[in-house]
Write a protein of this length. Sequence first.
Length: 422
Amino acid sequence: MPDWLINIPAEFWSILGEMSPYLLFGFLVAGILSVLISPRVIERHLGGRGIGSIIKAAAFGVPLPLCSCGVIPVSASLRQHGAGKGATTAFLISTPQTGADSIMVTYGLLGGVYAVFRPIIALLTGIAGGVFVNLVAGKNDNSRVANPNAEGHHHSIEDSHRRGKILRIFAYGFGTLPKDIGRALIVGLLIAALITTIVPKDYFSSIVRPGIWQILVLVLAGIPVYVCATSSVPMVYALIVAGVSPGAAFAFLMAGPATNAATIATIWKIMGKRTAVVYLCVIFLGALAGGMLLDQIITGEQIIGQRPGRWMLPSVIKHISAVVLLGVLTVGIIRPYMHRKRRKEKVMGQTRKLKIAGMTCSHCAESIRRALLECPGVESVRVDLAGANATVSGENLDVEMLRSRIEGIGLGYRVIDGKDKK
């Protein structure tokens, strides 16, 4: 058997061991933030069009573990509940770049400089994007008022979240979040192991010299593709090992999670073409400038040779954490399908089952649930992400209104059918 084939699993386990203690802690922090900073809290603080709401929107977005697809429905909900275009854009830009979990993984694999640099750039680019949107599109920003139907149904949403804060923290941090990023993280680790094992050291730098051109190539590579802010960190580490400069790797790390073709198209649709252009320009210029700045601060040799995990944590902790993390990710990936088979629900009154296309994560499902709960007559909603459907119960349900609410919150959600549940 070739040596490189044997080395791939070993490298996979090595990278997993370095990041797993920090990611597990990041999951815990993300769970705490999910309780402290709910969508309702964000909505209460992001009204208006001034610089204050833009700064708060960007700051709210930095620690939240939302990907570029999950942030769209949340942002659409913010917009529908009164947030201005500037604040919504600031939230859209800063949120997918980082998160509590991705910051901790960045620290574990890439070091403290990288871990501090990422959220600072996310905050600054979010603020810049919000300000520019207000300047360019502010005159046409007729901020929407909160949906009057929402007020009567707040209790349906809030009551379901009052049960045990500790349970909610662990349910989100070690259940929902691993379910959302588990597959992408495993793929990212496999790609990182392949690159570090097969690709010769300094291979990429021999093709494109470190500097502005290498940064530009990585920015352009990251903009159209979808990568998760957390799962992309192992890939970025592997790129640095293979000769990509820290700045060029950062450009990919910023542009990849913050943009993809679907996100840009959806922003164009729900926020307007001017906002979409500003969004794209800010990400592009921010990644370019951030990459050039980071290359002046740290070198690839410093990142590879001084990873904090190599001297702060004993190897036994890394191995145990790796086993625990793999268990958490495995459960997160398979649990929705097991839960779907077991679940039976007793419903009262009129019930509609809607088949929905376009959901990709739990944040999508939650945004759809909240949108449906705000429709007149709706008493309860259950969204099945694995089954791609929503079951709505209540009285005098208007299927066309339910359909329009789902399709109005972004990312190409569409109702395939709407019929009475048998």
